[in-house]
Design a protein around this ligand. Structure first.
Ligand code: ATP
Length: 246
């Protein structure tokens, strides 16, 4: 692929990702050659029907799962096809991950969950836990355990943890999943602010609001990706995944 002038800005790149699952007799090809690139400051929404491979893609991008084929690079470094401990180290340094399970350790307070996420990042000024919690509207809940939080508070605490290491790449699975309108707007504003600061943001979402706010939309269907989204850029402009690279 020719090197464009802005290729230096690509901080998340996936090339020809395949993910094959075998469960007993059953075999599933959850990803069938997905390629994508996300630049600094860009927000990409990934949409698609249930079972399309969205969570699998996110896990592979985050280095939480290994693709069966293809490669993932984060901040210029290959994160795929490495031992789990190395992937965890690279993730702690470069990637913020927000999962539907909210990535909070149950026995630690919200404040300590943030400090733990920051622990892996030495030699880089960390956002102050108190400031992050204040931004999330959680200033008064910093000493609470996850089980003492409401659903909306949990979602915001999870996002605070994902952002704690000032990541170059933020990956979020349904960050506004079950939130009320006000909390959804707060979370989307936080994501916009991070992108404005230069973070590359990729979210799996069903939220029309989140899709509207994205710079680009990628639709996954049966393990294949195409650029665009019905009702957003229109299927007429949809392109198969190898062209999603851009
Ligand atoms: N651990 C696993 N073992 C076997 N098959 C799996 C596993 N995880 C996912 N799959 C299968 O891979 C396919 C993609 O699943 P995935 O969870 O990535 O889809 P999704 O788009 O995130 O769906 P949803 O929107 O319902 O969460 C599905 O057919 C699913 O059944």
């Amino acid at each position: 692929m020719p090197a464009g002038p802005s290729d230096d800005d690509v901080v998340l790149a996936a090339r020809e990702l395949y993910r094959f699952y075998r469960a007993g007799e059953e075999e599933t090809l959850a990803l069938r050659g997905v390629s994508l690139r996300v630049r600094r400051g860009e927000t990409v929404a990934v949409v698609g029907p249930s079972g399309a491979g969205k969570s699998t893609l996110l896990a592979c991008l985050a280095g939480l799962d290994e693709p069966s084929g293809g490669e993932v690079r984060v901040a210029g470094v290959r994160i795929s096809h490495r031992p789990e401990t190395e992937r965890a180290r690279l993730r702690a340094r470069h990637v913020g991950v927000l999962l539907q399970s909210h990535n909070l350790l149950p026995h630690l307070t919200v404040r300590d969950n943030i400090r733990l996420a920051q622990h892996a990042v030495r030699g880089r000024p960390a956002v102050r836990a108190a400031a992050l919690l204040e931004q999330m509207g959680l200033g008064r809940r910093s000493g609470a355990l996850p089980r003492q939080l409401s659903g909306g508070e949990l979602a915001r605490a999870g996002l605070a943890v994902a952002l704690a290491n000032s990541p170059a790449v933020l990956l979020a699975d349904e960050p506004t999943g079950e939130l009320d309108g006000v909390t959804e707007e707060l979370v989307l504003r936080m994501l916009r602010d991070r992108a404005a600061d230069g973070c590359a943001v990729l979210i799996v979402t069903h939220s029309a609001e989140a899709v509207r706010g994205a710079d680009r939309v990628i639709t996954l269907d049966d393990g294949r990706a195409r650029e665009g989204h019905e009702g957003h850029e229109g299927t007429a402009q949809a392109k198969e995944s190898s062209h999603v690279l851009r």
